[in-house]
Write a protein that binds this ligand. Structure first.
Ligand SMILES: Nc1ncnc2c1ncn2[C@@H]1O[C@H](COP(=O)(O)OP(=O)(O)O)[C@@H](O)[C@H]1O
Ligand SMILES: [Mg+2]
Length: 426
């Protein structure tokens, strides 16, 4: 099962969360891909929404080793598991009771606070594709900025510096604003840079072509320039397209490396390609992201290249709510007080929040397997997970502090200074 297929299934499930067949299929494919725990979780969600769903039930039995009298489950079980109506002879797990328990009597998943409104347009964050190692990944992007929770100020900056001039070229021209050059997103790891880049492509109705420069470097040393040129050329063919250069600091001159000449060559190639962007209305937009903008080669930051920087700050409260909701919506949960969780997770990155939800789900899963009945993820699981999972952006804030102190002569890191003050690092 390719990741691509799994990801599109995940997206389809997120789009139609109430479709039990779709989710059951997703669970099956997850199981085939060896993602046992996630598969069990998804199958449980199917059961919670569609009582007695035969496929989901059979899958859980197969994966938890219940139902067979100790014999390992057949690898290539034929269609039998989708056949319905077979009497349930499972020992240990009383699936009838289980269904009953998590059926209509299932308590509401989230605590509802009267005064709190769900931010508009917030959509569950689909479990994202991890960065793949291929040189370029292409997708027609459907994510929108409204899918990105919170971060109102960040979105405003993105509109002002990037999207609005593109939407109003004649006004931009009157103000002598060139449409060339690119936008650099920077900020602590795991806080939504890649996610925002995809959403920007979605706003532009453009294809999204993602290249991780560290991969280009490690895999294609020697042929990197050719590959970069090829990637830009392909992106132009797919126009309108957003070409996203992730980890653009990887080619920063500051990295000491015996390969510094090939680094120079790559930077020069990037500069050449960047200088051609926007000049002939080619519908190519270039975005880049980095955790360490201070390591990005200075030549790449000059006018006409990545001359606009936007700080993607750690998720604020609405963003944390959207992220937590996205991760918990996919699982059987009960009595989760999002408002409390949001307050307790100040300083958590998007990745930390995912880790938190995964950890809590593991606890509920372990308890479920032990007791033979579905134990939805509860607030006490979340609280136990909170004892284990800590915010990870501290080291990033520390390294950013030096930069804010010593390298902000031209004010380019003013946003960063504000962020550091908020986190009491300055
Ligand atoms: N504001 C947000 N709203 C919804 N989901 C978010 C938000 N910020 C981050 N995420 C989630 O966190 C994950 C990690 O973010 P990512 O864009 O990969 O971080 P970065 O590129 O900055 O390292 C994303 O895949 C996304 O699911
Ligand atoms: Mg990223």
């Amino acid at each position: 099962m390719s990741d691509v297929l799994l990801n599109s299934l995940a997206a389809a499930v997120a789009a139609s969360p109430e479709d039990p067949e779709l989710r059951a299929l997703y669970a099956e494919r997850l199981a085939d891909a060896g993602q046992r725990d996630v598969a069990i979780g998804q199958a449980m969600v199917v059961l919670s929404k569609s009582q007695g769903h035969a496929g989901a039930q059979a899958l859980i039995e197969r994966l938890t080793g219940e139902g067979s009298t100790g014999a390992p489950a057949e690898q290539n079980e034929p269609e039998s598991r989708s056949s319905i109506g077979e009497p349930d002879q499972t020992e240990g797990v009383d699936w009838g009771r289980l269904e009953h328990e998590i059926g209509n009597e299932m308590p509401p998943p989230f605590v509802v606070h009267e005064t709190i409104e769900t931010p508009e347009g917030v959509v569950a964050a689909v479990s994202d594709a991890e960065d793949s190692s291929s040189i370029a990944e292409v997708s027609r992007e459907t994510l929108r900025l409204s899918d990105v929770g919170g971060l109102i100020e960040v979105k405003r900056r993105i509109h002002e510096t990037f999207l609005d001039p593109i939407a109003h070229p004649e006004i931009a021209k009157a103000f002598k604003k060139s449409l060339g050059g690119g936008l650099l997103l920077y900020g602590p790891p795991g806080c939504g840079k890649t996610y925002l880049a995809r959403a920007i492509a979605g706003e532009l109705g453009a294809s999204f072509i993602s290249v991780t420069l560290a991969d280009v470097l490690s895999k294609w040393l020697g042929e990197s320039e050719g590959n970069i040129h090829k990637t830009f050329a392909e992106a132009r063919q797919k126009a309108p397209a957003v070409l996203f250069l992730d980890e653009v600091d990887a080619v920063g001159g500051k990295r000491s490396s015996q390969n510094s000449q090939s680094l120079r060559n790559i930077v020069n190639q990037l500069l050449m390609e960047m200088d051609g962007v926007g000049s002939d209305n080619d519908g190519l937009f270039v975005l880049a992201a980095t955790n360490m903008p201070w390591d990005v080669d200075a030549a790449l930051l000059r006018p006409g290249r990545f001359d606009r920087m936007v700080l993607v700050s750690p998720p604020d409260e609405p963003a944390r709510e959207a992220i937590l909701r996205g991760h918990l919506d996919q699982r059987p949960v009960q009595g989760i007080d999002l408002e409390v969780l949001v307050r307790k997770t100040e300083g958590f990155s998007g990745a930390d929040l995912k880790h938190l939800c995964d950890t809590a789900a593991e606890k509920a899963l372990a308890a479920s397997i032990k007791s033979g009945a579905v134990q939805p993820v509860s607030m006490s699981d979340m609280n136990r997970a909170l004892k284990e999972v800590k915010p990870s952006i501290g080291p990033w804030l520390d390294s950013a502090r030096n930069v804010a102190n010593y390298a902000n002569g031209d004010g380019r890191y003013d946003d960063l200074v504000r962020l550091l003050k908020r986190y009491k690092r300055l």
